[in-house]
Design a protein around this ligand. Structure first.
Ligand code: SAH
Ligand code: SF4
Ligand code: F3S
Length: 459
């Protein structure tokens, strides 16, 4: 514990004695799994400091937004939520401390904007210094000043050793295997806000997985912006890490994201096929099916290479579900380019996909392009893309009707439960008799299928 940790913990004990209740925090998380895992770590830290979790932001003494900036819409949403929070603070909770951290606040324009226009926000911190939160909280409490600290060059040793009991789900957890990204896809802001690619030592990762498994975790998701390049510059690689993780007893399922197609080796395909805990699903962002657009995007693979990779995966791991991310309306995308994307969708038959309209991110190379696609054209392409994707997803799910699938239970409420199959199909099911526990794997007979999920009954 640093001096700041112990001083803030002592302060919180004092508040508890005088006010008769512990100070409470509320965290709202935006963005990807990486941010969700960061929030769990921040939560672990706040609990250690003597805070308790608030039921809502209205009742919290400390409200923390862990932000995303991957698309403009994400930022607009966060500012919308912040203005509501401002209203709560001004009308009911003048003593509320508001902290904004994560990817969006790492951008210096955003930090400047908050400095000049959002004085009700007490703390702004970035992605590399979140372990300093206790220091920021104390400083703003003691001085009443706004604290803005978005330094870029720190590692995060403290936060990687937070207690493993702090998780959103009891039975599953994300495990960071690397931070940052060096790929600089031309549209993407992540390398600018998350810094250079750094792989964690394999011993730290395996220790964390073992501790999670000992704490009841059945499923882990190995996390990184490009997990396939794990271990660069070290004496290990991602297939080795998968094989080592597969040995951890108590674990049932291993997933990973995200895989970059350019680094997906044959050795990784073998390892996936051989490791019994590694799930039969892979998230493999396509972005575009046009080789010309892929080159413009700095993705380093062609349409043919992507198709070849998915064919090899489908051959080596029968029944594998391939999911993807697709962007439409990238600058310069022609009708033919877009057709090439639809062509890949038809050939690969994605089990599911996140689809996006290109969003200009300032500071990225793509933002300088002037051959932008009119919004209306991008919207039309988006509609056409989902109209191609969804019937395929629907057909894939229809084929599951009548089958008894092993489902890992995720959530239960009254007699209805939610869970996922090994290939990551979302399954809703009902049970009249015993209520299964999260993490249990039970057979469910599929009775109906929809585009995004299937429903069934306990076998
Ligand atoms: N590291 C992952 C993706 C991280 S961002 C990978 O390499 O695939 C998640 C997804 O957001 C991306 O795959 C991309 O499809 C989308 N995305 C990123 N930047 C975007 C932008 N400027 N406009 C629209 N979508 C974007
Ligand atoms: Fe962004 Fe590309 Fe890195 Fe993914 S691999 S985070 S899309 S730059
Ligand atoms: Fe968003 Fe940052 Fe993740 S920009 S997608 S939260 S890495």
């Amino acid at each position: 514990m640093t001096d700041y940790h112990s001083r803030l913990a002592a302060h919180n004990d004092y508040i508890t004695e005088t006010a008769g209740k512990r100070p409470a925090f509320f965290i709202r998380t935006y963005g990807c799994q990486m941010n969700s895992r960061d929030s769990e770590k921040l939560m672990g830290m706040l609990l250690q400091l003597g805070y308790i979790q608030a039921e809502s932001q209205e009742t919290a003494d400390l409200v923390l937004y862990n932000t995303c900036c991957v698309r403009e819409s994400a930022e607009n949403k966060i500012f919308g939520h912040l203005s509501r929070l401002k209203n709560i603070k001004e009308t009911q909770r003048s003593d509320m401390i508001i902290a904004v951290g994560g990817c969006m606040s790492q951008q210096s324009e955003i930090a400047d904007n908050i400095r000049t226009r959002h004085s009700y926000i007490n703390i702004v911190f970035g992605t590399a210094n979140r372990h300093r939160l206790p220091q920021f909280i104390l400083t703003t409490m003691e001085t009443g000043n706004q604290v803005i600290d978005i330094k870029e060059d720190e590692d995060l040793p403290e936060l990687d050793s937070v207690p493993v009991t702090t998780r959103d789900y009891p039975h599953k957890a994300g495990v960071n295997i690397m931070y940052g990204c060096d790929n600089f896809c031309s549209f993407c802001i992540v390398p600018y806000v998350r810094g250079r690619e750094r792989s964690r030592p394999e011993t730290d990762i395996l220790q964390e997985i073992e501790a999670l498994a000992a704490d009841g975790v059945k499923e882990i998701m190995l996390l990184g912006q490009n997990v396939n390049s794990y271990g660069k510059g070290m004496r290990t690689d991602f297939p080795t890490l998968l094989r080592q993780s597969n040995e951890v007893s108590g674990l049932e399922r291993i997933r990973f994201m995200t895989s970059h197609p350019k680094d997906f080796s044959d050795e990784l395909i073998f390892a996936m096929g051989e490791c019994d805990k590694v799930c039969k699903s892979v998230h493999l962002p396509l972005q575009s099916g046009s080789t010309k657009v892929l080159t413009d995007m700095n993705r380093y693979y062609t349409q043919a290479e992507y198709l070849e990779l998915t064919r090899r995966l489908q051959e080596a791991i029968p029944g594998i579900a391939i999911t993807t991310d697709i962007i439409v309306g990238y600058p310069g995308e022609t009708d033919e380019d877009f057709e090439a994307t639809l062509d890949v969708v038809r050939q690969v038959r994605f089990a599911s996909a996140f689809t996006f309209i290109y969003s200009k991110r300032s500071g990225t190379p793509a933002a300088k392009r002037t051959d932008t696609i009119p919004r209306q054209v991008a919207n039309q392409r988006f509609e056409q893309l989902t109209a191609t994707l969804y019937p395929i997803m629907d057909e894939i799910n229809q084929c599951k009707i009548g089958k008894a699938l092993p489902v890992m239970v995720e959530e239960t409420r009254d007699t209805t439960c939610k869970g996922r199959t090994n290939d990551n199909t979302l399954v809703h099911f009902t049970t009249e008799t015993t209520m299964p526990q999260p993490g249990e794997i039970i057979p469910v007979i599929v009775t109906t299928a929809k585009t995004f999920y299937v429903s069934g009954v306990l076998a």
